[in-house]
Design a protein. Structure first.
Ligand SMILES: C[S@@+](CC[C@H](N)C(=O)[O-])C[C@H]1O[C@@H](n2cnc3c(N)ncnc32)[C@H](O)[C@@H]1O
Length: 325
């Protein structure tokens, strides 16, 4: 808890997912925002059904340790990422490790998967699952997506499933993702975005926030923040209405959503699959590279990031240096 008496959105999230990790009901995730533990009957069957609904094959659902899939996702970023053997993958908000384990099977023993999560109970659960499943190439780190415990330019692919909507400072998060990707690396995430504004009463409700709704931002803003962070080829590969997906089990969150006519309604939120690339050096225009290299001594991707954020070489190298700070 922070020193302030009012819990912050991150604390709402950590608390909700801590309870979920311990099987005490709750939460969050698009399809289970009840706060009543007793109402979560047949959680694993529910998780299985959600998994099928959001794009996992029967084989994938059967290929992970029991309890790794908690039904908290809103898509299948592993399939979206088209992973190759030998790649290093970073899963943001890895939960109980579901997507990490699927990714580990795709990248094989020559590859590596790192899951980052800020909720200790989720990490504990993920680590037990890794041990149970014998996943030697998966590591779980405690950390905040706004300040990733990951080296610069060390990751080939960043995946994430229904998590970035929960991060308060998305600009910071996207810049962090760009920083840890190697030049030529890419991002493949599933997430919830809003298609229209929601009242503050909804957005600022702790349970609604933890249910992947309150912290979500508009689709255009989301894509524009990714581009500003430096990503190229930003593309929404798939989009489905999330109204039904966000339907909640009985509880205060569903009561509130019902009051505002959002239960089962369409047209107010979407689950999107997004990709974006960090260009490598060769993809940067020669002119730009010469100009920026001369001043910044930076790699191509940083040049691109600076260019997109600050207008880099269009102002000349010195300006780029000063603006990049
Ligand atoms: C909706 S769950 C998704 C879990 C997992 N991706 C899955 O599909 O099963 C969100 C997860 O993100 C984590 N999380 C939320 N905000 C975070 C942040 N700022 N930094 C790190 N982890 C975060 C939560 O602790 C939780 O485990």
């Amino acid at each position: 808890m922070s020193e302030s008496t009012n819990p912050t959105p991150k604390e709402w999230v950590r608390e909700a997912y801590g309870r979920t990790a311990q099987g005490k009901g709750s939460c969050c995730g698009p399809s289970c925002c009840s706060s009543d533990a007793d109402s979560l009957i047949g959680l694993s069957e529910q998780a299985q059904a959600i998994g099928e609904k959001i794009g996992y094959s029967t084989e994938e659902l059967a290929a992970v340790p029991e309890g790794a899939n908690l039904g908290l996702g809103c898509g299948n970023p592993v399939a979206l990422a088209e992973l190759q053997p030998g790649q290093t993958v970073l899963d943001l908000g890895s939960g109980a490790g579901f997507d990490c384990f699927l990714a580990a099977q795709r990248v094989g023993p020559a590859g590596k998967v790192v899951g980052v999560d800020m909720t200790p109970e989720m990490l504990a659960r993920a680590r037990v699952n890794a041990e149970t499943g014998g996943y030697a190439n998966v590591e779980f780190r405690e950390g905040d997506i706004e300040s990733l415990p990951v080296e610069d330019a060390s990751v080939d692919v960043v995946i994430s499933n229904c998590v970035l909507n929960l991060v308060p400072d998305k600009e910071k998060a996207f810049r962090e993702i760009f920083r840890v990707l190697r030049p030529g690396g890419y991002l493949a995430v599933s997430d919830i975005v809003l298609l229209r504004d929601l009242p503050d009463e909804i957005r600022n409700h702790p349970g609604v926030y933890a249910s992947c709704i309150g912290g979500a931002i508009g689709k255009d803003e989301y894509l524009s923040l990714l581009r500003s962070a430096g990503f190229s080829a930003v593309e929404v590969v798939d989009e489905v209405d999330a109204g039904a997906l966000l339907t909640c089990a009985p509880g205060p969150v569903s009561d509130l959503l019902r009051d505002f006519g959002l239960i089962d309604a369409t047209g107010w939120a979407a689950s999107i699959k997004v990709k974006g690339r960090k260009l490598d050096h060769e993809e940067i225009d020669d002119d730009d590279r010469d100009c920026c290299d001369a001043v910044l001594g930076c790699d191509g991707s940083r040049v691109r990031g600076v260019q997109q954020r600050k207008g880099c070489c269009t102002f000349g190298g010195l300006s780029a240096f000063l603006l990049a700070g």
